[in-house]
Write a new protein. Structure first.
Length: 348
């Protein structure tokens, strides 16, 4: 879904209580306090969200920009959904959306790369891949954390999406599809350009590779690592779209990313993943025509936390009070701690 970065729109959405029956048991922290990067588990923040000191300042590393065009991609030639159209619910299956207004269309995307001043030329660097770029806050926070020695000197690769949103769009095809295609696109078409245009080397070690994103970019971050754990072991998500939004329909995962907490995590073997997640108390709830019981972002993230705990995953889950969808204030408060937690066991 589209990212909401300000508070005014969230008043129209229900406010969820983190102590609701069926939600995970969580530790309520004093207002303004983040959970320690040394612990796993479930935590409640808010209602105010002061920015972390690491979220301010101007990055001292180097920022590179380049553009990728759909005509140069062998994996994503480009699609778009007609303006002001969405889709219709399959009368035989309320969990399936039929989209007839999607068609081939060109796109271009921006790629922005942060290289810390501590990077040693010629060495294979750890890195984090982020969706819906550019993410200037990520660059600032990393710059401060690296200088403080709290995370390793790493490259940040912030990739713009191919346009549109949800079913039938290029962004939806990239981020919501339950397969490894987007990770393969990044591996085969984005990372080689990053290495050549920025004159650097990226590690091939999955423990030195992370993914992150918000909303559908968040579910994409987990999808990348889930289907390619040989490429990524670390995942960071804000308001992850762990709901039924996949398109085209795939019978192997009929409920889209809802399948993560419904079947894939509970019934599958534990994968070598480390996962940080956040959701807001006023996050998205049934924002479209599908009434399949699988479009509540808060419930989806609560179910994710429960599924990860039951399987023994290393994870940290933050429930933010007074917060909307991919809430920018919450991100400014928590991103530094989240990155420190995500990388705390990294050994170079």
């Amino acid at each position: 879904m589209a990212i909401i970065t300000a508070h005014p729109a969230i008043a129209q959405l229900p406010i969820r209580d983190p102590h609701t029956p069926g939600y995970v048991t969580a530790t309520e922290l004093p207002d303004g306090v983040n959970p320690s990067p040394d612990v796993d588990g479930n935590f409640i923040l808010g209602p105010t969200h002061p920015p972390a000191p690491e979220s301010t300042g101007v990055p001292q590393g180097t920022i590179y920009h380049f553009t990728m065009a759909s005509k140069d991609s062998k994996i994503y030639p480009g699609i778009a959904r007609d303006p002001n159209t969405f889709g219709t619910v399959d009368p035989a299956d309320p969990a399936r959306l039929i989209v007839t207004t999607s068609h081939p269309a060109p796109y271009s995307r921006q790629v922005t790369v942060y290289v810390p001043k501590q990077y040693v030329a010629g060495t294979a660097a750890p890195f984090i891949v982020g969706a819906d770029g550019p993410d200037n806050l990520l660059f600032t926070v990393l710059d401060n954390l690296i200088a403080e020695g709290k995370v390793p000197p790493m490259i940040a690769i912030s990739i713009g999406n191919g346009g549109g949103d949800a079913q039938g769009s290029q962004r939806g095809l990239e981020y919501d599809a339950m397969n490894g295609v987007y990770a393969e696109f990044v591996e085969k078409e984005v990372l080689p350009l990053v290495e050549s245009k920025c004159s650097l080397r990226l590690t091939r070690d999955p423990s030195g590779r992370a993914t992150m994103g918000g909303s559908s970019g968040g579910s994409c971050a987990l999808i990348m690592a889930w289907y390619h754990p040989e490429l990524y072991h670390r995942v960071l998500t804000y308001s992850g779209t762990y709901v039924n939004q996949q398109w085209p329909y795939d019978p192997s995962t009929p409920h889209g990313a809802w399948e993560f907490h419904e079947h894939l995590i509970p019934e599958g073997p534990v994968k070598p993943l480390r996962i940080w997640m956040e959701v807001g108390d006023q996050d998205l709830f049934n924002p479209n025509v599908m009434r399949d019981g699988m479009h509540d972002w808060v419930v989806a993230n609560e179910k994710m936390a429960a599924a990860l705990a039951a399987k023994g995953y290393s994870y940290q889950f933050v429930f933010a009070r007074n917060a909307g969808h991919v809430d920018h204030d919450v991100k400014k408060q928590t991103l530094a701690e989240a990155l420190e937690w995500l990388w705390r066991d990294y050994r170079r």
